[in-house]
Design a binder for this molecule. Structure first.
Ligand SMILES: Nc1nc2c(ncn2[C@@H]2O[C@H](COP(=O)(O)OP(=O)(O)O)[C@@H](O)[C@H]2O)c(=O)[nH]1
Ligand SMILES: [Mg+2]
Length: 299
């Protein structure tokens, strides 16, 4: 039934750490957006394409919307998130089963100004002891705005994913696919490589360092079936460099091994990854540096 094929863009939005990127990866069936326990892991807008027999769903992952303006990098992230609400077919707003928080209300304000239908996704329902605990949350949510649908899910164990896909598909226009079937994401291979390094840094380090880290790919070249990738990790202080490298280079080695494994899955090739750490003071608050590291406005 070629003429009933549906496709379109779905923005996934929500406060930091509700599981937006985990959800996107689950829906796409492969990791295209990096995740970690730390807020602000996602810095860019990134698309992930899911192909179904009768539909193509293109999800747009966004950095979490945060309160306040803060540093330049935060302003870029907020702009990337709100910009991703323009021109899409529907919006999936994500909260967690723990209930509405102040920061969720801010996101609600932003989406309620939009004209597109909004599906409320209540994620992390695996954390609930009893399913009945969801009922009051469903009631409270219904009163907040007229959602097209409210769907509890678990992005980590996959609960209710088909139902979510079904609901979202119905909200998309009838039209041919937007992307070729073999394209998973709108991002370049270099971008993905940098993201896989950044993901491991976020996962391996404590509080301070991750937010002042940026990754630049200096070399990305396939030679004799091996993908050679050189990545430069920018930090803001020499103390951070020392932490990142670790005792005898242990931490950097561990980051490199984990990132290489993710890359080998994504690129379907053996990877030789070389990491360097360099200090560049105040990059996250300098517009020029933020831009040169790839955080330009994205529309
Ligand atoms: N228990 C549980 N944890 C989840 C679920 N989805 C995401 N997480 C965790 O929540 C954290 C933040 O996830 P992430 O996708 O990076 O959130 P984002 O900032 O909204 O993109 C990670 O530690 C995820 O493993 C879920 O359904 N259940
Ligand atoms: Mg994310």
């Amino acid at each position: 039934m070629e003429d009933h094929f549906r496709s379109g863009l779905i923005t996934i939005i929500g406060r930091p750490n509700v599981g937006k990127s985990t959800l996107l990866n689950r829906l796409v069936g492969q990791k295209v957006s990096i995740t970690s326990r730390r807020p602000q892991t996602t810095r860019h807008r990134i698309m992930g394409v899911a192909n179904k027999p009768t539909a193509q769903l293109v999800y747009v992952d966004t950095p979490g919307l945060h309160l306040g303006k803060g540093k330049m990098i935060n302003r870029f992230m907020n702009r990337a998130a709100t910009g991703a609400l323009q021109g899409v077919d529907c919006i999936a707003m994500v909260i967690t089963a723990k209930g509405w928080q102040e920061a969720d209300e801010r996101v609600l304000e932003a989406v309620s100004r939009q004209e597109q239908p909004v599906v409320l996704v209540i994620n992390k329902m695996d954390l609930l002891k009893r399913r009945e605990d969801l009922l009051p949350l469903l009631e409270q949510s219904k009163m907040r705005m007229e959602f097209a649908e409210i769907i509890p899910v678990s992005a980590t164990d996959g609960t209710n994913m088909e139902q979510l896909e079904k609901v979202l598909t119905k909200l998309l226009p009838e039209q041919p696919p937007l992307f070729p079937e073999d394209q998973l994401t709108d991002r370049s291979e270099r971008f993905m490589a940098a993201e896989f390094v950044r993901e491991q840094i976020f996962r391996s380090l404590g509080q301070e360092v991750p937010y002042s880290v940026a990754v630049e790919i200096e070399r990305f070249k396939k030679e004799k079936k091996i993908l050679h990738i050189n990545a430069l990790i920018w930090v803001e202080k020499s103390g951070q460099k020392a932490i990142l490298i670790g005792k005898g280079g242990d931490r950097l080695k561990q980051i490199g091994t984990a990132a290489r494994k993710e890359m080998e899955v994504f690129f379907g090739s053996k990877v030789n990854l070389v990491l360097w750490v360099k200090v560049r003071e105040g990059w996250s608050d300098s517009e020029k540096a933020v831009r040169s590291l790839g955080y330009a406005d994205e529309d």
